[in-house]
Design a protein around this ligand. Structure first.
Ligand SMILES: CC(C)(COP(=O)(O)OP(=O)(O)OC[C@H]1O[C@@H](n2cnc3c(N)ncnc32)[C@H](O)[C@@H]1OP(=O)(O)O)[C@@H](O)C(=O)NCCC(=O)NCCS
Length: 466
């Protein structure tokens, strides 16, 4: 059991056995309630038996799958919503608070959202790091093609006017197997620390749902580190050190038993220059080629966005004349003879505040979309693996040059083919994918039943959430 728990540090910590000591009665009792599979997939979490629907007072009322429905099902919506019956006004809030629609084109209002997230957004289990999404990032994430002001929902304290909670959505055309859903992508749910555990989250979720329904959007995709009923897929975080010393200083990367700092630094050393011929930053003239390549590549996955040209421009192309700082970096490979675009990859930046350390923040690159023509032609797994490894190695070199400290990736898309070879280490975090008002059969998340990267199965997830 100790060995198994060492493969799932997040769960070990929740059970209070982070040091491998299984002697406490509380820990053994909690463990007895879990199946082996639950332990390994992280489905057991939160201190409550995560598979017990009765403990999800809110989610059990929602059009989402119950736990344990294993049989193959016909995919489709849980319910057809009658627009006439959708309330025209928001539900009531507790006294002293009121709904606001945020205007994120206004610098002051987007700064308010930034401040709320800066102080209160997602932290790791030990409260050592907190995501610090920049204002530029929020503009990129929340003002994407088709965005609607109505979907940037805030709660203010009536007296002080302070923003104390937020939830948002942007539109997405999402293919789930062979059906394309016009859905919303819900993100940035955040409640001020002083207002936690007061059942405000369900109120926010109901409000964003109402506002999506009013625009005839009946489905949503969202992700969370916590287990809710019921993930359509579970992926795992992997981290690749770029500046091991700094990551060690801030407590992110412990020194492995029996190693020395200089060995670790050597282990993660990268060449100074990229190796792929024809690799260069993506430009405006590449948009159509990238769109075509990406659309075809994403066909490989069970669930993926259906990108438009406008979206490729928005999500992948850095506009040099933009007053915003750059948040996403995209590169293409241009064949020197044919001049065609054969591959592309991208990553984006999220800093994390380090709570209590001499360094104030960690700069993390997150692997975003990528594609290669190797996958579109007849190929062996070994050929695809080789190509992806060289592309991702170049991505690491570029990210290092851009002063990132760590490169993060999930076990989605074809990532299982390069994570270990590129020296990514398994993280203790998981990212669960959820669909609202849509029944879908499970999608592989790129980890096996032991929560290890699954090179054979890979993942059916082709959607990267910010
Ligand atoms: C996530 C957060 C908004 C939840 O608020 P809270 O005050 O802890 O919880 P509340 O009392 O308001 O609501 C609890 C309900 O929300 C659900 N919930 C908690 N986190 C959730 C999440 N990330 N997504 C959806 N539902 C969530 C709970 O399961 C519970 O419902 P249940 O009774 O059906 O189980 C708050 O903890 C927060 O702002 N955390 C930091 C930011 C964050 O983690 N955001 C989510 C990113 S995915």
């Amino acid at each position: 059991m100790s060995d198994l728990l060492s493969l799932n540090p997040a769960l070990a910590q929740q059970l209070g056995v982070a040091d491998g000591d299984l002697s406490s009665k509380q820990a053994t009792d909690a463990l007895k309630k879990l199946s082996l599979e639950d332990i390994m997939t992280g489905l057991a979490a939160n201190g409550k038996n995560a598979k017990d629907m009765a403990s999800y007072k809110f989610w059990q009322t929602q059009p989402v799958p119950k736990f344990g429905e294993k049989a193959e099902i016909e995919e489709g919506p849980f319910k057809i919503v009658d627009l006439e019956k959708v309330p025209k006004e928001p539900g009531p809030l507790v006294d002293g608070f009121e709904w606001v629609t945020m205007d994120l084109t206004n610098d002051e209002e987007i700064k308010e959202v930034f401040d709320l997230l800066y102080g209160h957004y997602v932290e790791d289990n030990e409260a050592m790091f907190r995501f610090n999404y920049s204002v530029s990032f929020l503009r990129w994430a929340l003002l994407s093609p088709g965005w609607s002001k109505e979907w940037h929902v805030g709660v203010r304290a009536s007296a002080s006017r302070k923003l104390v909670a937020f939830i948002s959505a942007v539109p997405i055309a999402l293919r789930v197997r062979n059906k394309v859903l016009h859905a919303s992508e819900v993100n940035f749910l955040c409640i001020h620390k002083k207002l936690r555990s007061k059942r405000l989250a369900p109120v926010l979720i109901k409000e964003i749902t109402r506002r999506c329904y009013l625009q005839k959007i009946w489905q949503a995709i969202y992700t969370a580190g916590v287990v809710l009923p019921t993930p359509v897929s579970t992926t795992r975080y992997y981290h690749r050190s770029l500046d091991w010393q700094k990551l060690n200083d801030v407590g992110f990367s412990p020194l492995p038993h029996g190693s020395k700092p200089q060995y670790q630094i050597l282990k993660y050393k990268l060449p100074n220059n990229t190796a792929t011929k024809g690799l260069r930053p993506m430009e405006e003239k590449d948009v159509d080629a990238v769109l075509d390549l990406l659309q075809k590549y994403l066909q490989r996955f069970d669930m993926a966005p259906v990108f438009t040209r406008e979206e490729v421009v928005h999500w992948l192309l850095y506009k040099k004349d933009s007053p915003d700082e750059q948040v996403a970096w995209s590169y293409v490979v241009e064949d020197p003879t044919t001049k065609t675009i054969t591959d592309f990859f991208s990553f984006y930046c999220i800093e994390s505040s380090v709570i209590n350390s001499k360094h104030t923040s960690i700069r993390a690159a997150y692997l975003y979309y990528y594609a290669t023509t190797v996958a579109l032609q007849p190929h062996t797994q070994a050929q695809l693996k080789e190509r992806l490894n060289s592309l991702v190695n170049d991505a690491l070199i570029l990210a290092k040059k851009l002063k990132f400290d760590v490169f993060n990736a999930l076990t989605l898309m074809d990532n299982a083919l390069f994570l270990e070879q590129q020296k990514f280490g398994a993280g203790d975090g998981q990212l669960h994918y959820y669909l609202y008002n849509y029944k879908a059969n499970p999608i592989a998340g790129g980890v096996d039943h032991m929560n290890r990267v699954d090179e054979k199965g890979c993942s059916g997830i082709g959607v990267v959430m910010l």
